[in-house]
Design a protein around this ligand. Structure first.
Ligand code: GDP
Length: 535
């Protein structure tokens, strides 16, 4: 087989990279992430897609049970990317499940995003899941824009919200617009840079009035437009902000030191247009990524990409596994032969897809920032690098220590083959790990997960996708540690009485503990023993 010759015109690559915007939306469940996504699609002109986002939440005809579970719980379990064009930009919106039990998937997605939008509920401020996801973005210094939602409802004081962002998250917050009134008296927002007022109108269909140009804060027209009391409050607050000296700096935003903050109401389409425009203006194009060979620039001509998510049975009819690849540099073309850095051999990429909700489309070409789904006959793991030309490896995508454990009982022993295949393929997706106790009393696999809802997902999916009936038995452990010590010393180790030893799929020794106290006890009793949080 001959390798297709790929001619990448430098200008073309540069142009394609410059117009890519790859971002994820993060929030605590119910803050309005789905609504904001839908409205961004609407404003971007990708109207026909708007319904499909909502459909994922409310779908009544999902074929697989676990998809049904997804709608019942009103959460989204799968993470995929939506691609659409807007005003000359090509946007890749990475979908991140909001529920904390699915956070591993979200964390990995955040490893391959170029920027993030953080949605807050104006009445609730920073919630636990927002904090966790923010911290993951912080690790990579990902630029973050903040959208404070639900301004149409009574919420916290805007200054208190800005202060909470700074205090709780440790990032400077710079308002880009300022709300006039609050809840029932909410009148609209004042755009601080453009000195424009955007008036809010409560209508059934969530329309809003066009912006009204005013010349400055002290323009007498403003008091007439918004009412004397609200006007006075606005002036006082803006003067307070000015005294505090916070102003927007693009550099501080791009290095993750400040977040520009917008106030609005996604459900009412209020404040969406200026937010989308600023997002397009400010969100960075794909940047360089760290590899074994130093930073790889997106415009370097050799193709590189990294697998960040694996999903079995995307399409229940085809029963295939899909590995999601983020293109990091160069140009991706259908039928490419690429070097697989972990397997140390070339693989031909024959089937590459782009997904819209449940539809798929063949990808002919893709550029840095794009996400491509590759048919995965067991070839790929999360974190794998594919490249063309110089051999490199991207930094690993971190895993997270499991905190929930259960035994998995196969109720129909005759179906052991399907059972084993199912748990192996679901483990490959990275949301659960399979362990086996070293004492041979219990032969059943132990499932380990970061979130316990994963167990319900595994049970439902094993049933609907592999035809096996299983039950779970919760185990009392709360943490797992990978054991590093000389074999001869192993028998001398003093373990806490309630801990148990197991092996993972690669045969590595894992100790299961019921508390952090037990871990510390074990370390104190056994000098020289190394217990690692991850395998
Ligand atoms: P997600 O869980 O973060 O994806 O949140 P959703 O987008 O599903 O929104 C959660 C709830 O908040 C839904 O009932 C929405 O209709 C509602 N919601 C979203 N945006 C707004 C808003 O601007 N104002 C009000 N009052 N409700 C909103």
């Amino acid at each position: 087989m001959t390798q297709p010759t790929i001619k990448v015109n430098d200008d073309e690559l540069e142009y394609e990279v410059a117009r890519r915007r790859t971002f994820a939306i993060i929030s605590h469940p119910d803050a309005g992430k789905t609504t904001l996504t839908e409205k961004l699609l609407l404003y971007a002109g990708a109207v026909e897609l708007a319904g499909s986002v909502r459909a994922r939440k409310n779908q009544h005809h999902a074929t697989a049970d676990w998809m049904e579970m997804e709608q019942q719980r009103g959460i989204s379990i799968t993470t995929a990317a939506l691609q659409f064009d807007c005003r000359g930009y090509r946007i890749n919106l990475l979908d991140t499940p909001g529920h904390q039990d699915f956070s591993e998937d979200t964390y990995r997605t955040l490893m391959v995003t170029d920027s993030a939008v953080m949605v807050l509920d104006s009445a609730k401020g920073i919630e636990p899941q927002t904090r966790k996801l923010f911290q993951v973005c912080r690790l990579r210094r990902t630029p973050i824009l903040t959208f404070i939602n639900k301004l149409d409802r009574p919420g916290r004081e805007p200054l208190a919200l800005l202060d909470e962002i700074e205090q709780e998250l440790g990032i400077g917050s710079v308002p880009m617009n300022w709300p006039i009134g609050n809840g029932p008296s909410f009148k609209g927002v004042y755009d601080l840079a453009k000195q424009q007022v955007l008036l809010f109108e409560r209508t059934h269909h969530g329309q809003h009035r066009a912006p009204v140009q005013v010349h400055d804060l002290y323009d007498p027209q403003l008091a007439i437009l918004v009412g004397q009391d609200e006007y006075q409050q606005l002036v006082d607050e803006i003067e307070l902000l000015a005294a505090a000296g916070s102003s927007f700096s693009e550099e501080a935003f791009l290095t993750g030191n400040i977040t520009p903050v917008f106030f609005g109401s996604a459900i009412n389409n209020f404040g969406l247009e200026p937010f989308l425009q600023t997002l397009l203006d400010l969100a960075p194009a794909p940047g360089p990524r760290m590899s074994s060979d130093g930073l790889i620039e997106p415009t370097s001509p050799g193709f590189t990409g990294q697998i960040f998510k694996i999903q079995a049975n995307m399409d229940p009819q085809h029963r295939d596994r899909v590995a999601f690849l983020r293109v990091c540099s160069g140009r991706f073309e259908k039928d490419m032969q690429l070097y697989h850095s972990r397997l140390k051999r070339k693989v031909r990429i024959t089937r590459a897809y782009r997904f819209f909700a449940r539809e798929r489309e063949i990808v002919e070409e893709a550029y840095p920032g794009d996400v491509v789904g590759l048919a995965n006959p067991g070839l790929f793991n999360i974190g794998d690098t594919l490249c063309d030309g110089k051999v490199i490896r991207f930094e690993d995508i971190p895993r997270f220590t499991p905190e929930h454990f259960c035994l998995l009982h196969n109720r129909h022993i005759a179906k052991y083959k399907q059972f084993n295949k199912g748990i192996e393929q679901l483990e490959e997706e990275g949301a659960t790990q399979v362990l086996y106790f070293t004492d041979s009393l219990r032969k059943e696999p132990v499932l380990a997960a970061v979130g316990e809802l994963q167990f319900d997902v595994v049970v439902a999916r094993l049933n609907s996708e592999y035809g096996v009936d299983v039950s779970t038995e919760r185990l009392p452990f709360t943490c797992a540690r990978w054991v590093e010590c000389n074999l001869e010393k192993l028998s001398d180790i003093i373990w806490p009485s309630r801990s148990k030893l197991a092996r993972d799929r690669e045969g590595r020794l894992v100790a299961l503990f019921s508390s952090d106290w037990e871990v510390n006890f074990c370390l104190e009793k056994n000098p020289g023993l190394i217990l690692k949080e991850l395998g």
